[in-house]
Design a protein around this ligand. Sequence first.
Ligand SMILES: NC(=O)C1=CN([C@@H]2O[C@H](COP(=O)(O)OP(=O)(O)OC[C@H]3O[C@@H](n4cnc5c(N)ncnc54)[C@H](OP(=O)(O)O)[C@@H]3O)[C@@H](O)[C@H]2O)C=CC1
Ligand SMILES: CC(=O)N[C@@H](CCC(=O)OP(=O)(O)O)C(=O)O
Length: 307
Amino acid sequence: MSATVFIDGAAGTTGLEIADRLGGRSEFELVVLDDARRKDDAARAEALNDADFVILCLPDDAARAAVGMIRNARTRVIDASSAHRVAQGWTYGFPEVIGREAVASARLVSNPGCYPTGFIGLVAPLVRAGLLPADWPYVCHAVSGYSGGGKALIARFEEDRDIAFRAYGLAMGHKHVPEMQTHVGLAHAPLFAPAVVPAHRGMLAEVPLHLSAMNGAGSPDELRAALAEFYAGSPIVKVESDTPDELLLRASMTPVDTLTLRVLSAKDGSQARLVAMLDNLGKGASGAAVQNLNLMAGLDETAGLRL
Ligand SMILES: NC(=O)C1=CN([C@@H]2O[C@H](COP(=O)(O)OP(=O)(O)OC[C@H]3O[C@@H](n4cnc5c(N)ncnc54)[C@H](OP(=O)(O)O)[C@@H]3O)[C@@H](O)[C@H]2O)C=CC1
Ligand SMILES: CC(=O)N[C@@H](CCC(=O)OP(=O)(O)O)C(=O)O
């Protein structure tokens, strides 16, 4: 018998991409509320309590309210919002970093943010291996396609074709910083500098490092080898050892659920740039939600993913 899945917020950017990935799969049956009922609390409460799995693709406040509507301990939840990413009782849904078994057995899973997927994917294994210090004040620069901001930012970029680059989070305190600090185990909140480019999807997150100024930091070769070992065998996270002349995000990018990591470095090893590339709607959101759903349902983690 197939498990029932209710996507709350199914008409939004993340929800639609999850439904795409689940389409045609016999292991899951999607529960769909029509347009007239998708924001009706009584209909949502019924669907939230009846489904085997609920995937929340809602703004944070609506996600918190949806969790409050679940009145049984049977329904298992994947929250794509940032409402529960450092909350007690929730498992952080980054299986490669947190552990596949932890995600597979959890009832409440919080999907990582798109930018933190790049930052944590790069830094957590290296801090854990003792090759980067936990008490360093890290910096993360990143660019995202505009679908990262959901329907509102898509509409803004599609209406105003003149925006070439949008830096934001300028007063610091971006909502992703707590999960970046917590799930790497850092002493200081990272300084996070996000931006949006006029492409629908795609993301690059970078952590520049003055290795020669960091006490006890590994060499670029050691960092690269440690990442390759940590993700060895992962069908989703790839560690590349090349040094390309340039890294391009293409506006025509097709959806992909991989996360690609690189350690780029100076010849003398004094400086490095840790770089993650992903699709904000792939491993950054919908692909990650489907990977977590697969694990929670006891299935191959890659089923339905675009690899
Ligand atoms: N886009 C991305 O790349 C990523 C998004 N996320 C997170 O996923 C969540 C969804 O984001 P995204 O899909 O981009 O956002 P969208 O704005 O595209 O979609 C949100 C959807 O939720 C619906 N909604 C809002 N309030 C309610 C409610 N009370 N009851 C039912 N439906 C409601 C909206 O309805 P309506 O259509 O009427 O506006 C909309 O369809 C957010 O928390 C976001 O931060 C996480 C990682 C990456
Ligand atoms: C481009 C853009 O606006 N991106 C969003 C983050 C997208 C994401 O990861 O979603 P969560 O909000 O669920 O964390 C932002 O910076 O707020």
